[in-house]
Design a protein around this ligand. Structure first.
Ligand code: AMP
Ligand code: MG
Length: 409
């Protein structure tokens, strides 16, 4: 059996980030920058006031105090956006608003709170420091400086910087389009009536939601039955809209394991056993003329979910242009004992809790009671996957183990 790590490496060898495209700035939210962005402007673009107040020569106010206030004539009124070039001479001042350009000759701003707020003449009761309350041209971003590196995620903060330096479009990696297809003759769309032997289809909903959580564009194709012609047709039809295909079901050793049957014919998809539980049967490869990557996950819902987090997630991250890092993890103390099959790494649904001040934070982990790979109920509450290494068959209460943190947990 193959190790989890080896399987991840084999999958990653299959995919590269897609070509960059130029995107409208706002549409680029949540995508990844394909090239570093160099600012063509300085921020601020001109010296301006950081307060509502008066632009002054600091030297004029050296003696100002509540008992010896200084009076200055107000020779200009400068709102933000004022296009006229203003200037003051020594012994004069200008009323100025936050963000308004500093007049020539002024070297400081006195906040209005330290004055009587006069319009014609102002009484100032405190001295000013040269440069005080002035935002200097280029003090935030120098013209020619790199504001965001290639590979940065365009989140709200990045969006603000890009707009502030005047970018209308940015080169990004488009979000990968993921198509999710489930298989199984027993499946019924939620909301319909169940017949004998039938179950509601949940994998395509769950896996599509998980792919969205990785920032992909997702098409939930739904499900098809266990007939090879139907599966072949569905796969061909969905290739047009897919950068990557994820299927669930039909890859074990059963008589109707149709995904395995159909894709084995083509010879471009490899089926393998990974030393883990749940999720042992895995398949990956490419299909169609564009060699679209395909990952075939097992059908048991929990197996499909765990397989997604371990294998599909890094593939999608790489397709987004991000580092294909595994889920973050913590070390946590078990509040109940667990068992695990020898030679396979277990991923057990669990609830992690953190307690303790600052650096001393301690994690405890409570494994879910129902761990069957068909038992979905504990998944909704779980915020972590407790890892039991291959060589161990049990972990006692109080043992410390690694817990992968689930997204949104
Ligand atoms: P399979 O891998 O196709 O043999 O499926 C294994 C188990 O998972 C069976 O009990 C299936 O009924 C169940 N299963 C497969 N696909 C789905 C699905 N899309 N939604 C819910 N359960 C499924
Ligand atoms: Mg099946």
């Amino acid at each position: 059996m193959k190790s989890v790590e080896q399987h991840v490496l084999d999958l990653l060898a299959l995919v590269t980030a897609p070509e960059a495209t130029e995107s409208d700035l706002f549409r680029a939210h949540g995508t990844v920058l394909a090239e570093s962005v160099v600012s063509e402007v300085s921020l601020p673009g001109f010296d301006n006031s950081s307060m509502d107040g008066y632009a002054v020569h600091a030297a004029d106010l050296a003696s100002a105090s509540p008992t010896t206030p200084v009076r200055l004539p107000v020779v200009a009124d400068i709102p933000a956006g004022d296009p006229t070039p203003n200037a003051i001479r020594p012994g004069q001042c200008a009323r100025i608003m936050t963000g308004a350009p500093m007049p020539m000759g002024a070297d400081a701003v006195v906040p209005v709170e330290w004055t009587d707020g006069g319009n014609v003449e102002v009484r100032i009761e405190a001295p000013a420091t040269p440069g005080g309350f002035v935002r200097r041209r280029g003090e935030d971003v120098e013209e020619g400086a790199t504001v965001l590196r290639a590979g940065s995620l365009i989140d709200a903060g990045a969006m603000g910087v890009l707009a502030a330096v005047g970018r209308r479009t940015v080169p990004v990696r488009p979000r990968p389009r993921v198509v999710v297809l489930s298989t199984g003759e027993e499946l019924v769309e939620p909301g319909r009536a169940l017949g004998p032997g039938q179950i509601y289809e949940s994998n395509s909903y769950m896996i599509a939601a998980a792919a969205k959580e990785v920032g992909c564009e997702v098409h939930r194709h739904g499900f098809v039955g266990d007939d090879p012609a139907g599966v072949r047709e569905a796969l061909e039809g969905l290739l047009l809209r897919a950068d990557v295909v994820v299927t669930t079901g039909g890859v074990s050793m059963g008589a109707y394991d149709v995904v395995k049957e159909v894709l084995s014919e083509q010879g471009t998809v490899e089926f393998t056993s990974v030393a883990m539980q749940p999720g042992k049967p895995q398949g990956f490869g490419t299909i169609g003329p564009d060699r679209t990557p395909i990952l075939t996950l097992p059908g048991n819902p929990v197996s499909a979910f765990v397989s997604f987090q371990l294998f599909v997630r890094p593939v999608l991250l790489r397709l987004r242009g991000l580092a294909p890092s595994p889920l973050p993890s913590v070390r946590a103390r078990l509040s109940a004992a667990v068992t695990s099959p020898k030679g396979r790494r277990s991923y057990l649904r669990a609830v992690v809790e953190s307690a303790g001040p600052g650096e001393e934070v301690e994690h405890t982990v409570a494994p879910a009671v129902r761990q069957g790979s068909h038992q979905l109920s504990a998944l909704a509450d779980a915020n972590g996957l407790l890892v039991v290494p291959e060589q161990l068959t049990e972990l006692p209460v109080g043992a410390v183990a690694e817990v992968l943190l689930l997204p949104g947990g």
